[in-house]
Ligand binder design. Structure first.
Ligand code: PMP
Length: 312
């Protein structure tokens, strides 16, 4: 902590959060030319320890996103790991925390005006941490299929976490919230289910776990991959990656969202129709418990997903 306020990393230095600023002429602010990650650190089940969950997977995705947008993120995965740990330690982090790395275009070269371009624009980089527990409704989410389609991958690669692309997700989330609901289910340009505003989606039907494939214009989430692995290995559930028609959401036995932020969040209603019997489903509960056990270090088989952070 610096001056009693949280520290953030910004362009090579640790500074108080309030001092990490961008000018209104910043290129990423104007055109959405940034990339980011959302990572969680969890208190270990044994107490007294903190673990980052699947950090290297998130940092590799950050590097891939950065390359696409010609951002010169010159820190290696090992250096980024040290930096994130250093920041958590500087902030005396002992509880569940969200970590947000953000690489973005900075100032244009002098004399180039407000050009929409990638080459010739500097890269800036920040990491912020914020305490974050579970924030979704524990009795289940009420969702609606959005009339805003997800930006097709042919227009903006779905696998990269690009700041500007999230204007699309914000419109969908806003529509859901204006209708008094919790989240939006976005369809792709072809009209099949893609994902929720900040999470992947799963349905359970006849004991099978079904989720849209990467080709459905989804962000191939790290939580999604975790769920697929846990369901197959721990529950021996048949898992199927295939296109999902919107009507299948109404006829599903169970439905849930999976993402770093929402974690495993049951969906109990879609378009004001109950999913299954309208309560959190049994397989959803089992998967949520397995996920919680994995992130909290209860399952030794998945300790390789955890990066320990020294706590005071
Ligand atoms: N889809 C979108 C659009 C997201 O923003 C996120 C959150 N990163 C996800 C899916 C889930 O990805 P992950 O499990 O890697 O957090």
């Amino acid at each position: 902590r610096l001056d009693g306020t949280p520290a953030v990393y910004h362009n090579g230095v640790m500074i108080p959060a309030g001092q990490a600023q961008v000018p209104v002429t910043n290129q990423a602010l104007n055109y959405g030319t940034g990339v980011f990650e959302g990572i969680r650190a969890y208190a270990d089940h044994s107490g007294g320890a903190l673990n980052l969950f699947r950090l290297s997977d998130h940092l590799e995705r950050l590097h891939r996103s950065a390359r696409l947008m010609r951002l010169d993120l010159d820190l290696t995965t090992a250096q980024l790991t040290d930096l994130v740990i250093e920041l958590l330690v500087a902030n005396d982090t002992v509880r569940d925390t969200y970590v947000r790395p953000l690489a973005y275009k900075g100032a244009l070269l002098p004399g180039t005006g407000f050009g929409v371009r990638l080459a010739g624009v500097s890269t800036e980089f920040a990491v912020t941490t914020v305490p974050m527990g579970s924030y979704t409704n524990p009795v289940g989410l009420r969702c609606a299929v959005s009339s805003w389609r997800r930006i097709p991958g042919s227009a903006l690669p779905a696998a990269a976490k690009i700041t500007g692309g999230y204007a699309n997700n914000a419109l969908a989330m806003d529509q859901a919230q204006a209708a008094g609901l919790d989240d939006a289910v976005m369809l792709n340009a072809g009209g099949t289910v893609a994902e929720a505003s900040t999470a992947n989606i799963f349905v359970v039907r006849d004991g099978r776990l079904i989720t849209p494939p990467p080709g459905a214009d989804i962000l191939p989430g790290i939580t999604r991959a975790t769920v697929l692995e846990l369901a197959a290995r721990e529950l021996a559930l048949p898992v199927v990656e295939r296109e999902v028609q919107p009507a299948e959401l109404y006829g599903a036995d169970e439905c849930f969202l999976a993402g770093t932020g929402v974690q495993i969040a049951p969906v109990v209603e879609v378009d004001r129709r109950p999913v299954g019997n309208g309560e959190v489903g049994p397989l959803t509960s089992e998967i949520r418990q397995l996920y919680t056990d994995a992130v909290r270090g209860v399952l030794p088989r998945y300790h390789h997903w955890l990066t320990p952070v020294p706590v005071p």
